[in-house]
Design a protein around this ligand. Structure first.
Ligand SMILES: [Fe+2]
Length: 208
């Protein structure tokens, strides 16, 4: 019996530079990933209850391949919404766990930020992610294509930024992604990032 996922809610009204209209549309998209994850699990369970004949195998395979897209579409949005808050503070405090980890991994917080922002400006749609390697303690920045390519197995997501155009197209022109990235930074909930670091990513993201 597979888990039935429920869409979480996030109280993000009044963000700086990311309008409530954008958020409302984005929450709907996120809910679509939750629904499709459940639907895929249901369909796979139904197929699995019978014999997987050679005729059924292509259908079973295609459904299973789609899990990576739908699951990551669901979870990455939860990490993303969960690392923003109304009244974010721009850069993290120098004594914060994130600031210290960025310094240890990149030489300085500024170097980490430059690297992360550059990843976020890459052409194409996807995500910029800062991961924590639980073995070495190192932070590293990654590009995630669509939702499923580029995630690192076993690494913990610490900061996730959606750079699909739907994340900002109502507020900025497609070429104005840097302005959206600036707005995203002004809304980061650094306490959430510190919490994720402390828990090694084991906790489910913030949200109800
Ligand atoms: Fe998105």
């Amino acid at each position: 019996m597979s888990v039935v996922y429920k869409a979480k809610t996030f109280d993000l009204s009044g963000l700086s530079g990311i309008t409530d209209a954008t958020l409302a549309m984005h929450f709907k998209l996120y809910e679509g990933y939750v629904a499709n994850t459940n639907l895929l699990n249901e369909q796979i369970a139904e197929l699995s209850s019978g014999e997987i004949t050679p005729k059924v195998m292509p259908v079973y395979s295609e459904l299973t391949r789609r899990l990576g897209f739908e699951y990551n579409g669901m979870v990455l949005h939860e990490w993303y919404f969960g690392n923003m808050k109304n009244g974010g503070s721009g850069d993290p405090a120098k004594e914060s766990a994130f600031h210290k980890a960025a310094e240890a991994s990149f030489g300085s917080y500024e170097n980490w930020k430059k690297n992360f922002v550059t990843v976020g400006k890459m052409r194409g749609v996807g995500w910029a992610a800062t991961y924590h390697d639980p073995v070495t303690g190192n932070l590293s920045n990654h590009w995630i294509n669509l939702h499923e390519t580029g995630n690192v197995a076993g690494f913990a997501p610490i900061l996730i930024m959606d750079v699909w155009e739907h994340a900002f197209i109502r507020d900025y022109a497609p070429a104005e992604r840097p302005k959206y990235i600036e707005a995203f930074f002004s809304n980061i909930d650094w306490a959430a990032c510190d919490d994720r670091l402390a828990r090694g990513g084991a906790a489910r993201p913030i949200g109800k």
